[in-house]
Design a protein around this ligand. Structure first.
Ligand code: PEP
Length: 249
């Protein structure tokens, strides 16, 4: 179902007392939510976050999941394990996973399938690099990343998937895409899905991520095909993240 959604990606940041403080603060500030909010802390804090968010409208998500169900995969965490720790969402194919840990389109597609089997909502991240944009390949790259997932799970499964457009050049750089640049790619993504199913495309929740902050969130979220945001750096700041959530509401 298409909905307003803001997701916090804490990445590899935080410690026990910060998790306590930030989640307590956010629960107070976001008590009257008109937007769905999801927090993705580092995996070791999921247990703590699950306990703190009990009874809260804020949902819990993970930053990654294995494509495998169980077995000899040292260091990996399965979708089933994430479910057991209260996760409803999981980020998949984040550009840092793709570029730093070599996750291919095919692996991200298998992860998407594994997450869906455990009834987690995959947040499928797609986006082009600086060089790809400069050479006019933005739509081609995003379509390729999306097609790999569509081939693995089928377009119907996109009724249970959120897509996040995150241009790599905008992540953690302060160089946000303009609302028009972001809207153009969001429109392209929705059209790609619409070419297979207009109904699924109309219902698809599409997030923008890349240096969203309290000052630029409202104009990005006002674009017709942007349903909310995937927020990195600014999600660690209680005040800024609250402002971003309110901008989406
Ligand atoms: C991200 O890592 O998903 C992200 C969007 O980061 P930032 O908001 O810091 O650019």
């Amino acid at each position: 179902m298409r909905r307003k959604l803001v997701i916090a990606n804490w990445k590899m940041n935080g410690h026990r007392s910060m998790v306590d403080q930030l989640l307590a603060g956010l629960q107070t500030r976001l008590s009257e939510l008109s937007v769905q909010v999801v927090i993705c802390p580092p995996a070791v804090y999921l247990d703590q976050a699950q306990a703190l968010l009990k009874g809260s409208p804020i949902s819990l998500g993970a930053q990654n999941a294995s494509e495998h169900v169980t077995g000899a995969y040292t260091g990996e965490i399965s979708a089933q394990m994430l479910r057991e720790f209260g996760c409803d969402y999981v980020l998949l194919g984040h550009s840092e996973r793709r570029s730093l840990y070599g996750e291919s389109d095919a692996v991200v597609a298998q992860k998407t399938l594994a997450a869906l089997k455990e009834r987690l909502t995959p947040v499928l991240c797609v986006g082009e690099s600086d060089a790809e944009r400069a050479s006019g390949k933005t739509e081609q790259v995003v379509s390729r990343q999306l097609s790999a997932a569509i081939e693995a799970v089928g377009v119907e499964a996109f009724s249970d998937i959120v897509v996040a457009y995150e241009p790599v050049w905008a992540i953690g750089t302060g160089n946000t895409a303009t609302p028009e640049q972001a809207q153009a790619v969001h429109y392209h993504i929705r059209q790609q899905i619409a070419s297979l199913s207009e109904k699924i495309a109309a219902d698809l929740t599409l997030l923008y991520g890349g240096s969203v902050n309290a000052d630029n969130a409202a104009e990005l979220f006002a674009m017709p095909d942007i349903d909310g945001g995937l927020i990195g750096g600014a999600s660690l700041d209680e005040q800024a993240f609250t402002a971003i959530c309110n901008a989406a509401g």
